[in-house]
Design a protein around this ligand. Structure first.
Ligand SMILES: [Zn+2]
Length: 171
């Protein structure tokens, strides 16, 4: 009836923001592109943490092509703040930072061990002389071992972290 005719002016259904704020969703609604009606939870936390008028202001101050990123980061921060009211996303950042420190220490230890093994291997080879009794390898394996140790450990952990921290927050 009355509602049906007023909706015609805006979108067919109000965006998630306008629905939560119980206002009419205008055709040029700032929220509409980033808070679709089918993701109501996305706006709820952002609204709780930042407030709708602040979000509105922040988006208005940004050029169009940066608004999507801004919304993503606000959603991330708001979800982190709701989960951890004291530290918010700083908690995530510092725990990842600690993780990096631990991994860098592990990496340094592994590299030191590689050097140690390489030195003792060289000593062993030169002690046993140039005779062809060691069919294993001659000099080249060390860099290969280092690559194998260094890269996968670090990359894999980061991927696991991103998956566990990121997924629920960004959606
Ligand atoms: Zn709207």
């Amino acid at each position: 009836m009355k509602e049906g005719s007023s909706r015609k002016q805006g979108a067919a259904t109000p965006c998630a923001a306008c629905k939560l704020l119980r206002r009419r969703c205008a055709q040029d609604c700032v929220f509409a592109p980033y808070f679709p009606a089918n993701e109501p939870h996305k706006f709820a936390n952002v609204h709780k943490v930042f407030g709708a008028s602040n979000i509105n202001k922040m988006l208005q101050d940004l050029p169009m092509h940066q608004r999507g990123d801004a919304v993503s980061s606000m959603v991330y921060e708001a979800n982190a703040r709701v989960r951890d009211p004291v530290y918010g996303c700083v908690g995530t950042i510092s725990s990842l930072q600690q993780h990096i420190d631990v991994l860098q220490t592990q990496l340094a230890l592994a590299q030191a061990e590689v050097v140690h093994l390489r030195v003792s291997q060289t000593r062993y080879i030169s002690n046993s002389g140039p005779s062809p009794n060691s069919p294993t390898n001659s000099g080249s394996p060390s860099p290969k071992i280092m690559d194998y140790n260094a890269k996968p450990i670090f990359d894999m952990d980061m991927v696991v972290d991103q998956a566990s921290y990121g997924d629920s927050m960004w959606s």
